[in-house]
Ligand binder design. Sequence first.
Ligand SMILES: Cc1cc2nc3c(=O)[nH]c(=O)nc-3n(C[C@H](O)[C@H](O)[C@H](O)COP(=O)(O)O)c2cc1C
Length: 158
Amino acid sequence: MDEGLKRRALRLLTYGVYVVGVAAPQGRNAFTADWVMQVSFQPPLVAVAVRKGTTSHAWLLAGRAFSVNILEQGQKDLAARFFRPLHRVGDKLADVDYFVERTGCPILRDALAWFECELLDAHDSGDHTLAVGRVVEAGVHRDGEPLTLRETGWYYGG
Ligand SMILES: Cc1cc2nc3c(=O)[nH]c(=O)nc-3n(C[C@H](O)[C@H](O)[C@H](O)COP(=O)(O)O)c2cc1C
């Protein structure tokens, strides 16, 4: 396989940009993610691929829950606050306005909409773990268009 063509083709997959929140006995954290998708209607299930070795990976598995914050077009700056590792930048949620609902995972007040999941399954998936969660609560803060990876000009994929 041609490595360059593989990267180019995979980077043509379309994605949204989300802030995924986690909560564990150790604390709360959140990270920017695009590998997020619904995988069942009934029960409502959503899968997130979480990079092994990150704080979020450990805390998601420890807390067995995650939230997905759907950002709005124009909120690239908000997304950019969450793609650096907690172990390097410290508490990313320190000056972010958030609240918690059922799972304790952070829900950003500025996001367009959100839902939270209880972890159902964690599948080994190469350098990531595919976390499949059951949606247990959801909310919509306002109407609007969701932020896409295309709009940010960033890549996470390939
Ligand atoms: C556009 C973009 C999309 C990303 N998508 C994911 C993703 O789907 N899954 C993931 O584990 N990390 C993803 N990342 C990387 C994480 O945001 C990054 O590893 C972060 O530092 C993890 O936070 P933590 O170290 O505090 O846990 C993405 C980064 C960017 C910039």
